[in-house]
Ligand binder design. Structure first.
Ligand SMILES: Nc1ncnc2c1ncn2[C@@H]1O[C@H](COP(=O)(O)OP(=O)(O)OP(=O)(O)O)[C@@H](O)[C@H]1O
Length: 476
């Protein structure tokens, strides 16, 4: 068994040599053999060992006897042993959320191991999971419903810290090892209680599968794990490569980073999830946990019919769709677009100001000024027209003129077009995101919108060869 373990340690890169390892010892056969194996490998690998035992306080005298056994085994091997006592039943009653004892116990154990690891300066935490645990985990995940992530089972080496040296050995090999080494262990009586799902899988489902379907079901499930892990690695590498070629910038504050949705929808569905996961991890810079619900919502946003929408993520990050683009932004409020400079990115409420000639009026909501003047025909060339400054035929305007934002039913005759079209349709055709539409100043006369600032002038007021009086409107 020792050679088999050496092989696993090497294959999964669990130890390089010289590590301080916290060994989690419950007192059961798996973790007692783990303690013995690591004690035997310690000189070879130059390991320092600290054992950790959590007394859950659930089984009275039996729990205390286990604690004593662990301390004794450690003492005999010259290994220091840290013990923590908790009362799980009491902890559960005090907790705000109702948790299963199984979950609570696991949480307590891992936080104890991690805190101890930090205190003693350990770089590894060793746990006694083995082949049967692996098979049970895969079945548990299958029953709950799982993707490749769950079918990868228990990882031999996780997060650069948790190692499972016994993951490729069977319970039978462990028991034989303990017997030949003459090492005592305790049998946790709660392991035989079928209230826990894992125990029911161990005592009912696996024996049933062995008796009626496949006597080597544990081997088969362990094979599945190896295959799934290989294929999962391949998908993960491919997804990473795709993301690398997209070159998403690191800084996604303010306006954020934009991405063509077709890039995402153009890759196979199985990869879309991973790529979106990678995108969101990048966006949240590891500060928040990404759930499959977040990933699903972003994919639905990209695949859906609606050209606009957003998905809010933890930490005020937002993924927004604007037609064919996906915008990833870390802040809730975006940097103000040109139309909303001075508003701090807020979408303004309705506004409407009368326009005087010549004159000046402030659009408070946008922090902008509208300036009007008459321009001599001969000087039109020098009038400095642009996207925010236009000249129009003053005689064709139906006074009064106002500067305002959009209203329901607004119509507009884009220059060069005969008929009018709904302003809403103009915005849609021009792919102007909905959140920007209220921030666009419109020059309107009694009849309709005559200028969409920053965009188009109406054909109805365009200057032509018959124009006598030219008015210039400018937004500054
Ligand atoms: N009370 C305990 N004190 C110290 N270590 C423990 C204790 N209980 C479990 N362990 C460690 O955790 C390993 C796995 O045990 P077990 O399967 O009961 O735990 P688990 O964390 O619930 O596993 P899983 O997460 O797979 O359900 C053991 O082999 C041992 O290394």
């Amino acid at each position: 068994m020792l050679n088999k373990i050496r092989h696993s340690v090497q294959k999964f890169g669990m130890l390089q040599g010289g590590e301080h390892v916290v060994v989690a010892v419950s007192g059961g056969p798996d973790s007692v053999s783990l303690l013995q194996v690591l004690a035997l490998l310690a000189p070879e690998y130059g390991l320092t060992l600290t054992a950790a035992h959590l007394n859950h306080g659930l089984r009275g005298a039996e729990s205390d006897a286990e604690e004593r056994l662990v301390c004794r085994l450690c003492g005999e091997r010259g290994i220091s042993c840290a013990v923590k006592r908790v009362n799980l039943t009491e902890l559960r009653q005090r907790g705000r959320r109702r948790r299963s004892l199984e979950d609570l116990g696991r949480e307590e154990r891992y936080s104890f191991f991690s805190a101890l690891g930090e205190r003693v300066g350990a770089s590894r935490i060793a746990l006694g999971h083995h082949r049967e645990d692996q098979a049970e985990t895969v079945l548990m995940n299958l029953i709950r419903g799982s993707g490749l992530e769950g079918l990868k089972g228990i990882l031999p080496f996780r997060d650069g810290i948790f190692i499972r040296p016994l993951i490729e050995v069977s319970r039978e090999e462990i028991l034989t090892f303990l017997l030949t080494q003459g090492i005592p262990f305790s049998e946790d009586s709660s392991n035989t209680r079928d209230v826990f799902l894992r125990n029911r899988i161990r005592h009912q489902l696996i024996p049933l599968l062995q008796a009626h379907y496949n006597p080597r079901i544990v081997d088969a499930l362990n094979r599945t794990v190896s295959i799934v892990r290989r294929e999962d690695d391949c998908l993960e590498t491919t997804a990473r490569r795709i993301l690398d070629t997209w070159q998403i910038p690191d800084s996604m504050a303010g306006e954020g980073a934009a991405l063509d949705i077709s890039r995402l929808t153009g890759i196979p569905e199985a990869l879309q999830h991973r790529v979106v996961k990678g995108l969101l991890e990048h966006l949240l810079s590891g500060s928040f946990r990404i759930t499959s619900r977040h990933i699903g919502a972003v994919i639905d946003l990209c695949r859906g019919e609606k050209p606009a929408g957003d998905v809010h993520l933890p930490g005020q990050a937002v993924v927004r769709r604007e037609y064919g683009r996906l915008i990833l932004s870390r802040g809730r409020e975006d940097t103000p677009p040109a139309e909303t400079a001075g508003t701090g990115g807020r979408i303004p409420g309705q506004f409407c100001y009368p326009i005087e000639f010549p004159g000046c009026v402030e659009i408070k909501e946008l922090g902008r000024i509208v300036r009007t003047a008459f321009v001599e025909k001969a000087h039109r060339e020098a009038a400095g027209e642009g996207s925010l400054a236009v000249c129009l035929d003053f005689d064709r305007v139906q006074m009064p003129l106002t500067i305002r934002n959009r209203r329901e039913g607004d119509r507009f005759q884009p220059s060069g077009m005969k008929g009018t079209k709904k302003l809403k349709n103009y915005f849609i055709d021009e792919k102007i995101p909905r959140r920007r539409r209220d921030s666009i100043p419109l020059l309107a006369d009694r009849q309709s919108v005559v200028w969409i600032a920053g965009h188009r002038l109406s054909e109805r007021v365009s200057v032509n060869k018959n124009t006598k009086h030219i008015a210039k409107i400018e937004i500054i």
